[in-house]
Design a protein around this ligand. Structure first.
Ligand code: ADP
Ligand code: ASP
Ligand code: MG
Length: 418
């Protein structure tokens, strides 16, 4: 008998029929003798609908109240799934995040989980109950409802698996695993049987929405065995087969020995670029620019500072597109005159495309092939950042799909051995 956490995303619980299918799948696992905790998302489209509703009342919704509204989608799904499980003669109980003490900080709309008190869940499990928990939500120390950022149910699931020291965390979704890139953009993308935790971390942080970045961070920190697999297969398929399907996130690099140098191409449309032109090149300038941005709780991604000409330099960085307006406001009101920048130029129509693979450590020429491929397509590179296992470029939004397809082909990802 194992303790297993299942997570089902929005599409997987998108209709009563799908919810019934999830219940059937869980019944199979339960009858095989496993203890089950199930984390669910809101039904597909529901969180978007709730956020749009909030924006009809307040153009810039109050973050605390927005979380109160946005978190309700998951509460519907837990109740429905628990009912479907009971219909099959199983014991089940639904809980919201706060009911099982998912304690977070108070950063509304992007809260971080601090701790989960697993006692209540454990006692239910011992009574043979399937515990159904709402993903994406928790409460801060004052009891305020918080949400964990879009895609946050993945993080709820992995955090619960970590707290319960579960044997495995299975993320059921609408694709049958992690692909070399988003199969919606490149139909030739190929499923990976395994991906190293480090690569998955890069892919997720660079925009591959198949797993929320924080879920991968948790999995790494607490060594949670993690698998991504399809919820759309026949729920009655053999359990052993299902348990081996999808993509396993591994911790060992050596399984990569015969693998391709590059594992995948990630992309993100969620970014915006900001440039301060002709900033005096003196000590403390980066701090004067980015200090107020950090104080406003805005995350900065890429940062590029040019070499100076005549003691002046240009300073560019990227932020999440949702925080672009706020960042521009902070710069115009608190930074521009203070640092003496000539102008602040913003561009929200950019995207980031990244080539990821731990094979980069031992192979040369990845950067040059990346740049040559983009040059041959006539795509201008606006910013570049690299780490040991990734190369990211910022390009004009309109070239995103072209860039992803061209790089996927250039690195032979459709053919590589999985
Ligand atoms: P869920 O609702 O189950 O959480 P998401 O929509 O958040 O599902 O994540 C699954 C989607 O992630 C897929 O439908 C796919 O379009 C997208 N995706 C992006 N990059 C990848 C990738 N590298 N591999 C697989 N899917 C990807
Ligand atoms: N329902 C939330 C969202 O749409 C959380 C999730 O699905 O993981 O972002
Ligand atoms: Mg998701």
């Amino acid at each position: 008998m194992a303790l297993i956490v299942h997570k089902y995303g929005g599409t997987s619980v998108g209709s009563p029929e799908r919810i019934r299918n999830v219940a059937k799948r869980l019944a199979k696992w339960s009858r095989a003798g496993h203890q089950l905790v199930v984390v669910v998302s809101a039904m597909s489209g529901e969180t978007n609908r709730l956020i749009a509703l909030a924006k009809e009342i307040q153009a810039n919704p109050d973050p605390r109240e927005l979380d109160v509204v946005a978190s309700t989608g998951e509460q519907v799904t837990i109740g429905l799934l628990a009912m479907a499980l009971k219909n099959l003669g199983l014991k089940a109980k639904s809980y919201t995040g706060p009911q099982v003490h998912v304690l977070t900080d108070s950063a509304y709309t992007k809260a971080r989980i601090i701790e989960i008190d697993e006692k209540k869940i454990r006692s239910d499990l011992q009574d043979g109950v399937i515990v159904v928990v709402a993903g994406f939500q928790g409460a801060d120390e004052f009891g305020n409802i918080t949400t964990l950022g879009r895609g946050g149910s993945d993080t709820s699931a992995v955090a619960l698996a970590a707290a319960l020291r579960a044997d495995e965390c299975l993320i059921y979704t609408d694709v049958d695993g992690v692909y070399t890139t988003d199969p919606r953009i490149v139909p030739e993308a190929r499923r990976l049987h395994t991906i190293t935790f480090e690569e998955m971390l890069e892919m997720a942080s660079l925009g591959s929405k198949v797993l929320q970045i924080r879920s991968v961070e948790f999995a790494g920190k607490y060594k949670v065995p993690l698998r991504v697999l399809s919820s759309l297969t026949d729920p009655d398929m053999a359990l052993e087969e299902e348990a081996r399907s999808g993509t396993l996130i591994t911790f060992e690099e050596d399984t990569k020995m015969e693998k391709a140098v590059i594992s995948g191409i990630a992309f993100s449309r969620d970014e915006a670029k900001i440039t301060l032109t002709r900033v005096p090149d003196r000590p403390g300038v980066a701090y004067q620019i980015l200090g107020p941005i950090a104080e406003a709780n805005i995350d900065v991604d890429m940062i590029v500072q040019n070499i100076s000409v005549d003691g002046m330099t240009d300073f560019s960085f990227t932020v999440h597109r949702n925080e672009y307006a706020k960042a521009m406001d902070v710069l115009n009101t608190r930074v521009k005159s203070h640092v003496g920048a000539a102008a602040i130029i913003g561009d929200p129509k950019i995207c980031k495309v990244s080539v990821v693979g731990i094979g980069m450590r031992s192979h040369v020429g990845i950067a040059s092939l990346t740049f040559r491929t983009l040059a041959e397509e006539g795509i201008n590179i606006q910013m570049i950042t690299t780490s040991e296992i990734k190369i990211s470029v910022v390009v004009d939004d309109k070239y995103m799909e072209l860039a992803v397809r061209a790089l996927h082909k250039a690195f032979g990802l459709e053919n590589a051995a999985a």
